[in-house]
Design a protein around this ligand. Sequence first.
Ligand code: NAI
Length: 365
Amino acid sequence: MGNHILEAMARDGFEEVIAIHDRVSNLRGFLALHDTTGGPAFGGIRRWAYVDEDRALRDCLRLSRAMSHKCAVAGLPCGGGKLVVIDRPDLDIEAGYRAIGDYVERLSGRFYTGPDVGTGARELACVSERTRFCTDPGPDGPGELAEATAEGVFRGMEAALLHLDGEIDWKHRSVVVQGLGEVGRGLARRLVTQGARVRAAEVDPERALMVHEELDIELIDASTEFDSACDILAPCALGGILHDLTLTRLRCRIVAGAANNVLARSGHADRLHEMGIFYAPDFVINAGALIRGALFHLEGRLEPVAAIGTRIAQTAAGLFDRARERGLVPARLAALEAEDEIARRRSGGVNPLAAHLRDAVDKSV
Ligand code: NAI
């Protein structure tokens, strides 16, 4: 890929990719802007020990394009971006995140960033020292991002159950959650409250015990989640966990979770369909934090978590119905609709980014 970056950008319609190296902090990474024709690009900062820069770049491109799809499907006036940092022992984390703040500020509002794997409140506080275009983890920010995501995933699950069974009936449903982090815990809490049977796999024993004591859910060994019979498997850890080897082990009826790019390849959506497993696309049901953050930054309002859930449930239900009518797998249809929407935005009309940037400049003077 390193040698064919421009080709990859042209094929998938990327606007700009920036290679980042900061001498002071040893920060190395990439910032990709996939699409800003509908409004500024939104995307978190992923810090990960990538084995080489090729993989970091590939992840950056994949994630930023997925963010464009997520924005388009959610009907938000913004597009996709992403920043990945190659985690290395010589990285000065605080200085590195301050340098990221400088890079983001120089983009003057074309890119808003925020949390992702490896980037939490501590790191974002450093970014926020240098730029306004960061989802502030403190009291000045939108807050409740993971809660908004958990609510959206929960309501997306309900839309899937209604679509398949005509009823939700949580008391007779079982869910296996992979990953009890911020989103997984919020999701498990909602499911327990509704009377569902919840089992969970979590690789961090302290975290597992903490959530087990709080919610009284059954813990299962990590990796047995794929073999556990249940109504819904909820991947809430990392992406890429459903691939050729894990798919054949699944004993669920529905896959619906928060992890981005949960399928290793898009063709796995078709495989799941052939296996009789309904897949609720991650980028449709995990948009809660994006919706909360984007409306906060672009419209200056705090959308209530419950309203975000309702919005996602409606989007998911509409998608599932259209997919059934057209005989398509929902993940395929969602990607097609997102690409159509991006093409529509690119083909002209008002550019909300221009208006947004004018407002940002007006407010800052
Ligand atoms: P987190 O980092 O708080 O939680 C992830 C949890 O998964 C951790 O407790 C980790 O120990 C556990 N884990 C990792 N590998 C595992 C494995 N193989 N088996 C079992 N547990 C494992 O992350 P968070 O914020 O809860 O997000 C979860 C996923 O959802 C991530 O993939 C994230 O990118 C995605 N996501 C999160 C959003 C948010 O608002 N936080 C928004 C959209 C997507």
